[in-house]
Design a protein around this ligand. Structure first.
Ligand SMILES: NC(=O)c1ccc[n+]([C@@H]2O[C@H](COP(=O)([O-])OP(=O)(O)OC[C@H]3O[C@@H](n4cnc5c(N)ncnc54)[C@H](O)[C@@H]3O)[C@@H](O)[C@H]2O)c1
Length: 250
């Protein structure tokens, strides 16, 4: 898919780690220039790795659960890129606890990070895209939009909300040339779910339900993201696309 995203300006939140980094790599390999936003200190280093001659990646360190940092980082990213064609929201957290013990602080932190900040980023990006009459927004949902999950109650609620947000925005913005879609990754080996792949019993249980027979790697999310960012997906709107090695089909 080399060159399919030439001259496209892309923001990937959480692009400094895990799935977001895999997606950012895919976007760069397809010809895009990227700005990554993440809260860890490695942002600048990852941005250097994502830079190509004539296409310097931008790395911005910001806590997206802080509303003023979010707005500043978004504006800096758009200014640095000279505009915006694609937004990928891949930042997210999962706090693991039984529902009866899950604190309201954990709930608030998760909803703010995984849902409210995604709405605000979509809204900021949407205003740009509405003005230019085109754009692509890709939210990273989860299997836990389809299923309830276990011991991640706030996470599950946030991803359910994110998927509905995706559909609702699509309804309003599709007529204006903006595609709003989501990817629901299956089980991807990242820091976020080390509690799952690090547990041999649970890991084996899950893998027995993945027809493709292995955990996903972050780069497995790159191709579908490039597709959803490219003109090849212009007629796809409001979809929550499972990328799960066949898990949903079992
Ligand atoms: N790993 C999986 O199996 C899986 C499955 C389905 C969905 N997802 C979703 O994919 C997305 C990426 O997760 P991942 O598995 O790559 O996890 P990860 O922990 O490897 O990466 C998450 C990234 O988001 C960033 N981030 C988290 N909170 C932030 C904040 N407040 N401000 C700025 N950056 C922040 C982190 O710094 C990190 O770079 C998340 O939305 C997650 O819910 C993951």
């Amino acid at each position: 898919m080399s060159g399919v995203l030439e001259n496209r300006r892309v923001i990937v939140t959480g692009g400094n780690g895990g799935i977001g980094q895999g997606i950012a790599r895919g976007m760069v390999d397809a010809g895009a220039t990227v700005a990554i936003v993440g809260r860890k200190e490695n942002v600048a280093e990852v941005a250097r790795e994502l830079s190509e001659p004539g296409r310097e990646a931008i790395g911005l360190q910001a806590d997206l659960s802080d509303r003023s940092q979010l707005k500043t980082a978004f504006e800096q990213a758009v200014a640095g890129l000279g505009g915006l064609d694609v937004l990928v929201n891949s930042h997210g957290i999962a706090r693991v606890d039984e529902a009866a013990e899950h604190s309201l602080d954990q709930w608030d932190e998760t909803i703010e990070t995984n849902l409210t900040s995604v709405f605000e980023l979509c809204q900021l990006a949407g205003r740009h895209m509405l003005a230019q009459g085109s754009g692509k927004i890709i939210n990273i949902a989860s299997m836990y939009f389809f299923f309830g999950g276990l011991k991640v109650i706030a996470y599950t609620a946030s991803k359910g909300g994110l998927a509905q947000l995706t559909k609702a925005l699509s309804n309003e913005w599709a007529p204006h040339g903006i595609n709003v879609n989501a990817i629901a990754p299956g089980y991807v080996k990242t820091n976020l779910n080390e509690h799952v792949w690090g547990d041999p019993v649970r890991s084996a249980e899950i893998m027995s339900r993945v027809p493709y027979g292995r955990w996903a790697e972050p780069v497995d999310m790159a191709g579908p993201s490039v597709f959803l960012a490219s003109p090849a997906s212009d007629y796809i709107h409001g979809v929550i696309l499972p990328v799960d090695g066949g898990f949903m089909a079992r």
